[in-house]
Design a binder for this molecule. Structure first.
Ligand SMILES: Cc1ncc(COP(=O)(O)O)c(CN[C@@H](CS)C(=O)O)c1O
Length: 420
């Protein structure tokens, strides 16, 4: 019934066999009221399959070494693997090559890199940065603060009542004063899929750059930076079966070439005198200090794992589960779901149960073994706009199945009875 072999995939994730609910001081040894884990918090972070974990173990057991510095054999092996990871990521998102792929700590750092290395130098009074009302804080706060530092202004494209981006408003806001359009590709709160190619067209009509926040899209659907014509795109390894501690900034080579680094140190230099320094070639110019070596090698393994499944099928599976969850939760007239209809969204559903705070609901779901997120999902302004302090969010990935959504719905129903 699924486009992917969920049972086979689940074999690669031992954590999914966990019992939860016992004493958190002694994981797995709790009292007998533990329950099977139902992990539905994938937009916060995904789980990590055996091949990815094994790639890290292989590295530390077999060829751990610093890169780009040593002449010795291990350093050369590690350098080759680290550079190959850049090549693989470039291929995965349709970039020209490793020169356009900078490894960072996460999506947040990638956005800050461009905001500081480009924004601080290029933005000034009279310039506008156009965002959407559903931006994640990684983008919204970053551009908001860089605008304050430079005298530029920030404007927000409206989200309409059913959670879609108001593209007519986008066309009004994006004009010759616009220097940057920065937008989420798939909202981590509403599940909205933003037409980022259309935003790129609007931005380029006015000689503005477009930055696509791909943190929720690159892991869950095919993304091709050439098709979008993105000038920048960012995403995180931990949301796509990879480890924490690695993110990716994609940037068009000629744009990155023209940018000055904002983090200085080893690795990123070509020559240093007491008077001045020159920079390494791309992408190393933007990777100061000892880089995220093991994480990069593991991201390579995560990309291979996802490509083996096929990103078209990943997207199809996500959308199938999102629509099922949307329809099941819609059975309750006291549940409010945020965002577009179930057949027009990415793989997540944020909702509230009337009269019950999201934290209380998530606590009850946790008692049932169901792991979801409750809060503002780093989109506080969006929650203000929705008129709620917080929401409960279920988010799905390649190892989830309908029975887990049924467990979520049963737990929500129990909460309804409890608070009735
Ligand atoms: C659309 C979007 N944009 C940026 C980020 C930040 O990713 P980092 O790896 O934390 O830097 C995230 C991560 N959103 C997680 C943690 S807040 C969520 O629970 O929704 C995101 O979803």
């Amino acid at each position: 019934q699924y486009p992917i072999d969920v049972d086979a995939i689940r074999e690669d994730f031992p954590i999914l066999d966990r019992q939860v609910g016992g004493d958190i001081e002694t994981p797995g040894e709790g009292p007998d009221d533990t329950r099977p884990l139902v992990y539905l918090d994938n937009a916060a972070t995904s789980q990590t399959p055996k091949p990815v974990v094994e790639s890290i173990v292989d590295y530390y057991y077999g060829y751990n070494s610093n890169v780009h510095r040593g002449i010795h054999h291990l350093s050369q092996e590690a350098s080759v693997a680290y550079e190959a990871a850049h090549d693989r990521v470039a291929e995965f998102i349709g970039a020209e090559g490793r020169e356009e792929i900078v490894f960072t700590k996460n999506t947040t750092e990638a956005l800050n890199l461009v905001a500081y290395a480009w924004g601080l130098a290029e933005l000034g009074p009279g310039d506008t940065v156009v965002l959407t009302e559903m931006e994640h804080h990684a983008s919204l706060v970053t551009w908001q603060q860089i605008a304050k530092k430079t005298g530029a202004s920030v404007e927000y494209i409206r989200v309409d009542d059913d959670g879609r981006l108001d593209m007519e408003h986008a066309a009004e806001l994006i004009d010759d004063s616009t220097a940057m359009v920065s937008s989420v590709h798939v909202s981590n709160t509403l599940g909205t899929v933003v037409p980022v190619s259309d935003l790129a067209d609007l931005a380029h009509e006015h000689d503005a750059y477009v930055f696509v926040d791909g943190a929720q899209s690159v892991p869950t659907r095919p993304v091709d930076v050439g098709e979008i014509d993105a000038d920048f795109l960012a995403f995180s390894g931990h949301k796509m079966l990879g480890p924490t501690g690695i993110g990716v900034l994609y940037g068009k080579e000629h744009i990155l070439e023209a940018m000055q680094p904002y983090l200085y140190g080893g690795e990123m230099i070509r020559s240093v005198t007491y008077e001045d320094s020159t920079w390494e070639d791309l992408p190393w110019k933007f990777e100061a200090g000892t880089p995220v070596i093991a994480q990069g090698i593991a991201l390579h393994a995560a990309v291979d794992y996802l490509d083996e499944i096929g990103m078209d099928r990943v997207q199809e599976h996500e959308e199938l589960l999102a629509e099922y969850a949307y329809d099941r939760l819609s059975e309750f007239d006291d549940v409010e779901i945020y965002g577009p209809p179930g057949d027009d969204r990415g793989g997540l559903v944020a909702f509230n149960l009337d009269g019950v705070h999201a934290h209380d609901l998530s606590s009850i779901l946790n008692d049932h073994g169901v792991a979801i997120r409750a809060g503002d999902h780093c989109t506080q302004p969006l929650h203000d706009k929705l008129g709620v302090a917080a929401s409960t969010r279920a988010s799905f990935y390649v190892y989830n199945e309908k029975s887990e959504i049924d467990a979520l719905v049963d737990a929500v129903d129990d909460a309804r009875q409890l608070f009735a």
